[in-house]
Design a protein around this ligand. Structure first.
Ligand code: HEC
Length: 118
């Protein structure tokens, strides 16, 4: 194998890895890094990101792995799916204001991607 082929071969593998990684990031159509900013602007006031400890609302660490439980207004959160969390953000609950109007669709996807990293 010539030096050129070897270099190209390694480059090819790196390129493939890069494309696979970016495809995975696009799966939920969201950019977690941008989502962090959305979180800081809209959620950090009431929710800690690095623990489950309550501030005004519960800390959201590991949110998507949480056990089934019931919110203060009786809403059942059986499994914490992306759809359920999106619904919670858009519509709020008795103790959380609805934020659907202040977060655009693209920002919402970024935010949901970020929340999945907690
Ligand atoms: C004004 C304070 C406030 C803001 C701002 C706020 N929340 Fe909440 N949030 C709460 C409270 C309080 C609860 C608990 C709701 C309940 O038990 O009824 C809650 C509950 C939640 C839950 C449900 C967790 C569970 O128990 O399953 C999620 C998810 C959530 N918030 C995400 C967000 C996100 C994401 C944002 C930003 C876009 C946000 N919240 C902004 C106060 C807030």
């Amino acid at each position: 194998m010539s030096e050129w082929t070897r270099t190209f071969g390694v480059g090819g593998v790196l390129m493939t890895t890069f494309f696979l990684a970016s495809a995975a990031a696009q799966d939920g159509n969201g950019d977690a890094a941008k989502g962090k900013t959305v979180y800081e602007e809209n959620c950090a006031l009431c929710h800690l990101a690095d623990s489950e400890e309550a501030n005004i609302g519960p800390g959201l660490k590991g949110l998507f792995q949480w056990e089934a439980h019931t919110l203060s207004d009786g809403t059942e959160h059986e499994s914490h799916t992306v759809e359920l969390i999106r619904d919670q953000i858009v519509n709020g609950s008795s103790a959380m204001p609805p934020l659907g109007d202040s977060i655009a669709e693209e920002q919402m996807n970024d935010l949901l991607a970020y929340l999945q990293t907690l």
